[in-house]
Structure formats: structure tokens, C-alpha cells
Design a protein around this ligand. Sequence first.
Ligand SMILES: C[S@@+](CC[C@H](N)C(=O)[O-])C[C@H]1O[C@@H](n2cnc3c(N)ncnc32)[C@H](O)[C@@H]1O
Length: 291
Amino acid sequence: MAVSLTPRDGVESPGASLGRNELEKLEIELLLEGIYRHYGFDFRSYAYSSLRRRLWKRIEAERLESVSALQNAVLHDPEVMERLLRDLSVNVTAMFRDPTFYVAFRNQVVPLLRTYPFIRIWHAGCSTGEEVFSMAILLTEEGLYDRCRIYATDINDILLRQAKQRIFPLERMQEYTDNYIKAGGKRSFSEYYTAMYEGALFSAALLKNAVFSQHNLVTDGSFAEFNVILCRNVLIYFDKSLQGKVHGLFYDSLSTFGVLCLGSKESLKFSRYEHCYEELNTREKIYRKVV
Ligand SMILES: C[S@@+](CC[C@H](N)C(=O)[O-])C[C@H]1O[C@@H](n2cnc3c(N)ncnc32)[C@H](O)[C@@H]1O
């Protein structure tokens, strides 16, 4: 006699059968575990709802029907993994993004940096490099760039390769020029790039002291001691425990009196490192390590 087993019919399980949402959650956990064990990318502690939204975007784009089907595709086809990686590493960025942040950086951080003979800066989660170019421009205008070494990292190597090409869409130059002016820019923004058919090619001088390399904030450790760490609009994608872990990494990687810059929607509040920093600028999320 054929036996039909539903999860409730005698299958040994730790609890009652799962509802639809819990089942999907389980599938997502299995997918993320598979990605981690097979490819080494660890998305297991990313914030759930935005992660789920992005997974479904990829499921639909691949014309699949379920998270489990995506798991099968991802584990057997690195190209699907590459496309999924692109979806999961949200790379929205802009030059002089949140211009008031750069005004605060010029006014409050630059005077501190002037007292250092050599300055190490880490852009963690730099995406396609717009933030790195913005900082290089600011430091050039403040006469500090020659004393700086910028380390720009991201989990996604494809974005880093794009950054190194120094080409950005021409159609965004008006927005970037406006941002640059609001950020307290001292020259004409067009001095920094040459317009070409394909885009705006930025000056090679802006990258002469910059190194791009792949680094995963979740799985990789500290690799140097920095005077400034910028990690803007990255931690919002992580859950609380992972945010805490990354704050530990930043704390360990910052020199005493080093400066931590977070994105406008991020903060050190409620992290166990909150009391290790003083707020240099509450609104712009600029902190200085004091203990
Ligand atoms: C929204 S972008 C922010 C770019 C830039 N910091 C800014 O604020 O304009 C987030 C970046 O974080 C990167 N990212 C996501 N998870 C990461 C991880 N575990 N380690 C390093 N970078 C990660 C993504 O690849 C993406 O480029």
C-alpha cells in the first residue's frame, strides 16, 4: 500500500510541521549555508527582509519557482552565483553622496589629520569607488593626499575592477557636480575628469595612493591599522549580531583617536563599542576612538 507522508505523518522532526513562511525561511537558511560552504560568501547574518526580497528578484529573473530551485541552480552553476552575488551586494553609490558628510569631514576630521605625518584610510564596502574618488579629491584640495594611503575594499571583485577603470557615466556628472559644490568643493569639478564618448574618465592622479582589494567584512580579519575607516551604507544590510562583529573589526583596526565614519542611517548606538568612541558629529555619524 502506498503511504503518503506529509510532514505531520510520522516523519521524525524536532517539532510540528512548518508553516509556509517558516518553510521558506528554512529554504533560505539552507541556500545561504550552501553558498557559504561551496563559495565562501557568507550572507547568513544579513538582514532577512531585504535579503529575501533580493533572492526573489533573482528567482524570478532566472525563471525559477522557489528558493530551493535557486539553491540547486546556484550550487551547480557559478554564473548563477555571480548574478546572485550582484543582486545581494547592493552597490548603489554616488560621488560626494550625502554632501553634508564631506563638509563635516573637511571641517572636523581634516584638522586632526593635518597633525599626522602619514595617514591610512580604509573604505570598507567601497562599491564602484565613487566614495574613494570623492575622498581623494577632498584630500587633494586640502593638501593632504600625498601623505595618505587609501585602502578600498569590497566583497565584490567585479565592482573593484570597475572602480580601477576610473570611468563613470557622463549622465551622472551633473548630479555629482551639484554634490561636489554642496560638499564644499574648491575647484571646478570638471577639472578632475575628461569627457569621452563612453563616460567621464577621472584623473589617474586620484588613484596614485589608492589600493583596491577584495575583502569580506564577515569572514576576513583586520589587515592593517588605520587612522580613518569609512563604512557607509553597508551595515544596514547586516543583522544586529553581524553589525556587532564588524564593529569589533573596525575597533581593532583603528588606531587610538582614529576616526570612524558610518552612513547616515547607521550608528554605533546600542553596540558594545558605543562607549569606546566620542561623537565628533552626531548627525553625520562621525566617531573618534577614545579608549
Ligand atoms: C550600498 S553600497 C555602499 C557603497 C559606498 N560605501 C557608499 O556609501 O556609497 C554597499 C557595498 O557593500 C558591499 N558589501 C556587502 N556585503 C559586504 C561584505 N560582507 N564585505 C564587504 N563589502 C560588502 C557591497 O558589495 C556594496 O558594494
